[in-house]
Design a protein around this ligand. Structure first.
Ligand code: FAD
Length: 447
């Protein structure tokens, strides 16, 4: 129907921002089409991001556990081996199952999936170049740009996706490397580095900022067929050379608006190439909205999803809002690291008198029972009112544990509220309650 009817909403991009917005728009009764050019729904997240990386993190963790850890709790396994093609296959099956699932969800919610590349040709029209080269034009009341992001290239390095790889190449290496250099100590680099380290590679992380190892890559080239980097200490000094089987460049992602026709449509971008929007996800052209990685804010799938829902609620004349202060971020290493709300540094900068409470996973009975007790929970609260400001969790399953803190933060809870909430025993989440006790009363029970 899409090309023959006046639509309410055309979503350009079928990633977590775009497909979730499309489903919600369908549920709100908006006549909606979702335009996606890559041949599969789910965007970066499902195809080359969140999901395939978690499949490899899971498989590599199990291998590493079997090899180095299981004997400590009395499970003796035989000759543990890696079947790399099988690991890749499980990852691919998970991805394709989920992308097909989204197609089903679009259908169920009466959203038309238009397979092709969209271009904004006016405030109410989108031209789509279909897979066979033909094109069709969609007329619509509103346009939602959800075109996401792409890998930021690194000056001085040409990516061949075999020896010098982005996260996309790193998810599909033909052979397991014996050594890997990761440029960039962000969560993507650390997760992919973890995968290959667990599978036996010697992994080196090179980072410019001083949170990890501060050094700067000035050049990368193949020397006798081997990827080789020239690295300088960030604070100056002589350059050194590093080489490995594979170099992963993960220095960040940038908004993707190529071929979208935004300039001609008069849609403004900011200095970093992101689509400028107001609090209601509206661009400077009133019928055109934008969400997800292509606008400012944390470049995370769940943030894109929340944006998408709020934007179409607003289009449908309802209230929609996303609180960026309660968007959690999670790094899926082992232990996992999860964070939400303010950090201590942010509280200091904001001039807030704050207090901190901590609880070590070493004192958590479930973690000890599982022989997996590295990490801690740290909570930050207003010193006067006890209002929760933020939390960090480093623990196995921190990515699951953080959500009770997210809910508490969203509801404006105090740490005493969490401390007085009954938590099941024995669970890792009891460490959250104990950290809340430490923050509210200065003393946890079990430490
Ligand atoms: P995208 O997912 O990038 O989707 C945009 C879609 O638009 C793409 O499918 C693209 O093909 C399509 N498109 C672009 N232009 C057009 C056009 N003109 N016409 C038609 N279609 C178009 N986030 C997390 O929250 N958790 C994680 O664990 C996590 N892990 C990650 C791991 C890796 C390796 C990477 C690379 C990213 C990870 N992310 C993670 C980030 C997450 O993938 C993104 O934040 C999320 O995908 C952004 O969603 P989006 O809908 O804005 O854009």
């Amino acid at each position: 129907f899409a090309s023959t009817q006046q639509l309410d909403c055309v979503v350009i991009g079928g990633g977590p921002g775009g497909y979730v917005a499309s489903i919600k728009a369908g549920q709100l009764g908006l006549k909606t089409a979702c335009v996606e050019g890559r041949g599969a729904l789910g965007g970066t997240c499902l195809n080359v991001g969140c999901i395939p990386s978690k499949a490899l993190l899971n498989a590599s963790h199990k291998y590493h556990d079997a090899l180095h850890h299981m004997a400590s709790y009395g499970v003796i396994v035989g000759d543990v081996k890696i079947d790399w093609p099988a690991m890749q296959k499980q990852k691919d099956v998970a991805v394709s199952g989920l992308t097909k699932g989204i197609e089903g969800l679009l259908k169920k919610n009466k959203v038309e999936y238009v397979k092709g590349w969209g271009k904004v040709t006016g405030p109410n029209s989108v031209e789509v170049t279909l897979a066979d080269g033909s094109s069709t034009t969609l007329q619509t009341k509103n346009i939602l740009i959800a075109t996401g992001s792409e890998v930021t290239p690194m000056p001085g390095i040409t990516m061949d996706e075999e020896k010098f790889v982005s996260s996309t190449g790193a998810l599909a290496l033909k052979e397991l490397p014996k050594s890997m250099i990761v440029i960039g100590g962000g969560y993507i680099g650390l997760e992919m580095g973890s995968v290959y380290a667990r599978l036996g590679a010697k992994v080196t992380v090179v980072e410019f900022l001083d949170n990890i190892v501060p050094s700067m890559v000035v050049k990368g080239e193949l020397v006798d067929g081997r990827p080789t980097l020239t690295v300088e200490p960030s604070k100056g000094g002589p350059a050194t050379q590093l080489d490995a089987d594979v170099v992963l460049v993960s220095i960040g992602r940038r908004p993707y608006v190529k071929g979208l026709g935004l300039e001609a449509a008069g849609v403004k971008l900011d200095a970093r190439g992101r689509v400028q929007v107001d609090d209601h996800f509206r661009t400077n052209v009133p019928s055109i909205y934008a969400i997800g990685d292509v606008i400012p804010g944390p470049m995370l799938a769940h943030k894109a999803e929340e944006d998408g829902v709020a934007a179409v609620e607003i289009m449908a004349g309802r209230a929609g809002h996303v609180n960026y202060n309660t968007v959690p971020s999670i790094c899926y290493t082992h232990p996992e690291v999860a964070q939400v709300g303010m950090t201590e540094d942010e509280a200091k900068k904001a001039g807030i008198a704050y207090k901190v409470g901590k609880f070590s996973m070493m004192a958590n009975s479930r973690a000890r029972a599982q022989d997996d007790s590295e990490g801690l929970v740290k909570m930050i609260a207003d010193a006067k009112t006890d209002k929760l400001l933020g939390a960090h969790i480093m623990a196995p399953s921190a990515g699951e544990m953080i959500h009770e803190v997210v809910v508490a933060l969203e509801y404006g809870a105090s740490t005493e509220d969490i401390a007085r909430t009954c938590h099941g025993h024995p669970t890792l989440s009891e460490a959250v309650k104990e950290a809340a006790l430490a923050t509210a009363f200065g003393k946890p029970i079990h430490m």
